[in-house]
Design a protein around this ligand. Structure first.
Ligand code: UD1
Length: 420
């Protein structure tokens, strides 16, 4: 197993390129099940979650090839409609094949993804919505078995909670359904928007893209012809490197970014004292004269993303004042707290809120990554700790960051990947 060794007291400089968004790539890959012909997907991040989704598509019978950042996928050859436990257990987002498989084949079997470190993460809202569209669903031996022999029917769906992959699943199911589907209380994340735009540009009429009410006209089973897709830049990867610039109080530039997707993150960093140069495809973060504490509450887009909560907690540790961080989306997304405390952090947890004291003197330690974004928070803290930190179990990190250590090295950080 690999681990990262980081020498503290870093100042960063220079520029790096941000990769394509993992969370946009995964639904786009799943949507190829709805396509008639081969499609090329460009700007795909070379991260393990993307490889897992490609493996799942291959296991269903699709042909795939992946070179550099571009994959060619032909899902017309799919015959198998069972998404097996062995692949699904590696990545919860595998559930994204449920909607498109059911819509195209009228039946499928998808392993239940199970819980994960950040919380229970049920899929009840995905299932309820598909039932509203006429699907029969039973849970059998750890699998969701769904059938709709006459095809899915358009319906009006009101999500009780805003769900990102739930919205994506139902958009894909609705694309091939009979008639009109209305999704009320839909997620508005840029990754949901990209999926809708791709489908809309290729013949599926979708109204309300980017709003919380989507109206989708289904094709009654006809597959879609899509030739080429380019994945949007990863706003969470970009946000994480902005935090690397901020925690080391350095000037760094990120290229290949869309800062309109990053407003909540940029505004929070501005509140904390940082300044920015925003260009069309790049962002430069500039040092703060004093790093101020912040009050952070996670919410759905366009609010402050839960996927940036851990990284901002690391940053709050070096602020000149206290911060509060309120996690509203996931019940157990504070696994990084105990590891940060091992590095000397003063954090008090009470239910869903973390009170973070400023001006912590952080010290290098052996720490354990617990989930994807928690791992990056530990790396950020290590950049400014005294001495050496070893971050173990970085397979979590490799699920969602492209060569994080190489990008940080490019910015001048003292970090290396080693074997246990
Ligand atoms: C997606 C992102 C993840 C991000 C999260 C919230 C992908 C691949 N992953 O995850 O990085 O942290 O959005 O922005 O895009 N819920 C239910 N029942 C359901 C579905 C969700 O109760 O059927 C709850 C969840 O437990 C959670 C909330 O709704 O409390 C939001 O979760 P959701 O938006 O579905 O997260 P994901 O789509 O899994």
């Amino acid at each position: 197993m690999d681990y990262l060794e980081i020498e503290g007291d870093n100042t960063l400089s220079g520029a790096i390129k941000i990769d394509g968004a993992k969370n946009a790539a995964l639904p786009l890959l799943a949507s190829t099940i709805l396509f008639k012909n081969e499609v090329t997907i460009d700007n795909l991040p070379r991260v393990n979650d993307v490889f897992t989704m490609l493996k799942l598509l291959e296991n269903l019978g699709a042909t795939t090839s992946f070179e550099e950042n571009s994959a060619k996928i032909n899902a017309s050859s799919i015959t198998n409609t069972t998404a097996i436990y062995d692949i699904v257990r590696k990545m919860r987002a595998s559930i994204l094949v449920l909607g498109p498989l059911l819509a195209r084949f009228g039946e499928c079997k998808v392993s239940l993804p199970g819980g994960c470190a950040i919380g229970q993460r049920p899929i009840d809202l995905h299932l309820k919505a598909l039932e509203m569209m006429g699907a029969d669903i039973v849970i059998e031996q750890g699998y969701v078995r769904a059938s709709a022999p006459q095809g899915l029917q358009g319906a009006t769906i009101v999500f009780d909670k805003i769900t990102v992959t739930g919205t994506e699943n139902i958009v894909m199911a609705a694309a091939l359904a009979h008639g009109e589907t209305k999704i009320i209380n839909a997620a508005k994340e840029p990754e949901v928007v990209q999926l809708c735009e791709v489908l809309n540009e290729n013949g599926i009429k979708i109204e309300g893209i980017g709003s919380d009410e989507l109206i989708i006209q289904g094709t009654a089973g006809a597959l879609i012809d899509v030739k080429q897709i380019r994945v949007i830049p990863d706003r969470i990867e970009a946000g994480t490197y902005l935090c690397a610039g901020a925690i080391t109080n350095s000037k760094i530039t990120l290229e290949n970014v869309n800062h309109t997707h990053l407003f909540a993150i940029i505004l929070k960093l501005q509140e904390m004292g940082f300044d920015f140069d925003l260009k069309e495809n790049s962002i430069t973060i500039k040092p703060a004269s004093k790093i101020k504490g912040a009050k952070i509450t996670t919410s759905e887009y366009p609010g402050f993303p839960t996927d940036m909560q851990a990284q901002f907690m690391a940053l709050a540790l070096v602020a000149d004042g206290a911060s509060s961080i309120d996690e509203k989306l996931f019940e157990n997304r504070f696994m990084h707290v105990s590891e940060l405390i091992r590095m000397g952090a003063n954090i008090i947890l009470s239910n869903h809120t973390a009170m973070v004291e400023g001006k912590n003197q952080l010290n290098g330690a052996d720490v354990m990554a617990t989930d994807l974004r928690a791992s990056s928070a530990l790396v950020l803290a290590a950049l400014v700790a005294n001495g050496t930190t070893k971050v173990h179990r970085i397979y979590h990190l490799d699920r969602g960051y492209v060569e994080l250590e190489k990008k940080l090295q490019q910015l001048g950080a003292k970090i290396k990947r080693l074997k246990e």
